[in-house]
Design a protein around this ligand. Sequence first.
Ligand SMILES: Cc1cc2nc3c(=O)[nH]c(=O)nc-3n(C[C@H](O)[C@H](O)[C@H](O)COP(=O)(O)OP(=O)(O)OC[C@H]3O[C@@H](n4cnc5c(N)ncnc54)[C@H](O)[C@@H]3O)c2cc1C
Length: 412
Amino acid sequence: MTVKPSFNWLRLRRLWRPAPVRRHYDVVIIGGGIHGLATAYYLARTHGIRDVALLESHYIGFGGSGRNTAIVRANQRTAENVRLYDEGLKLWRTLTDELDFNLMFFNCGTLNLGHSEAAVNAFRMAASTHNHLGVKSELLDPQQCAELIPGLDISDRLAFPIHAGLYHPPGGVVRHDAVVWGLAKGAAAHGVHIHQGCEVQGIDTDGSRVTGVRTSLGTIRCNRLGIMAGGYGAAVAAMLGIELPIHPLTIQAMVTHPLKPFLHHVFSSGAYHVYANQTLKGEIATGAHMDPQVNYTNDATAYYLKHQAEALVELMPALRGVRFMRIWAGLADMTPDMAPIMEGHLGYDHLYLDAGWGYFGFKSGPVAGKYMADYMATGERPEMLKAFQLKRFLEGRYSGETAAVMKYGHWD
Ligand SMILES: Cc1cc2nc3c(=O)[nH]c(=O)nc-3n(C[C@H](O)[C@H](O)[C@H](O)COP(=O)(O)OP(=O)(O)OC[C@H]3O[C@@H](n4cnc5c(N)ncnc54)[C@H](O)[C@@H]3O)c2cc1C
């Protein structure tokens, strides 16, 4: 008896196919994360620049783009950051249609918990900035926080009792793998060549120009080069002797076994170094801890597992006894002010850099790619990117995002 397969696997189409490596491209982008992919996509789609190669040393999504906890929101602290992330948040729906690929955007809302008077004051300031810029954000009292997040302990029993929450309804989660695959599909459909297993080992220059890259697949020449290598961005820039104020730190995350749906929003606490949400599969995805020393490891640690379990159970005692199934880690490229660097003509004509996103780089991927594509296509810095120049560090004009993290805890 022959068994007829219920699903015809042969009819499955690949999202994109590898292309032969050419020895010259108009544009080469280093890094197959969401930033590199989005830039390549918008270069081809918006500007018609299709002679583009995206070079990835491992596989697309190997870096932070495939390791993050998928939280998206726009409630940053400073106006220039709020504007950028707000546009980024609005892009998810457009992209889902444009790419014809379900990115699984779930705008369930995010709640930041404050555990001190200082945190509540910072929330007030942040909420006024958000509302002034048309971004929804409101201050909740502890009782309202508990109504939003069932099981949240708002008693005085906590080492750091909850004073208030900053609720941001438009935030939520997007499926990170889907974003990587969707952008790769979209970029390839517009003619971009994606070369995986292609490590850039050196960068060639001639006077004030970058002329190409030396890779594990041979030399590739180009007219314009984009460095979008996430946690490895500073190391790639160092190939040209460019020293960036970026420190790669390891950040970890984990998921529990699946539970019946009960947690319908993302919550986070800076004081406890924890954020959590429930995935569509029912797991509690949680993270926040960052190793304090500069390193390039993607290894998780037992210390962190213990810290995360303790923090989660303190805030949500009902989770005691729930087991973690999986833990992983990735790199975060930290700048001194926790805002990114998006720069052009960096020491060389037509050398572009998009880096320093720390743990905010997933939510900003498509919007950063859109503006970096504008920059690379025209050579002119878009207005939106003026606040993110490298020279701000030399001029002492730091962005105020550090305070956003220290005061009210954005660890996602
Ligand atoms: C555990 C964790 C949780 C996080 N949670 C969130 C979150 O909830 N929300 C959020 O917004 N952000 C989050 N982030 C941060 C976010 O994931 C990153 O900021 C973002 O993915 C950066 O994207 P990218 O494209 O710049 O870099 P990456 O995704 O890191 O891509 C860079 C790519 O460059 C490649 N590369 C490096 N060197 C070379 C070379 N020499 N040649 C060729 N290729 C090279 C790497 O292999 C890598 O694939 C989290 C990060 C981690 C690790």
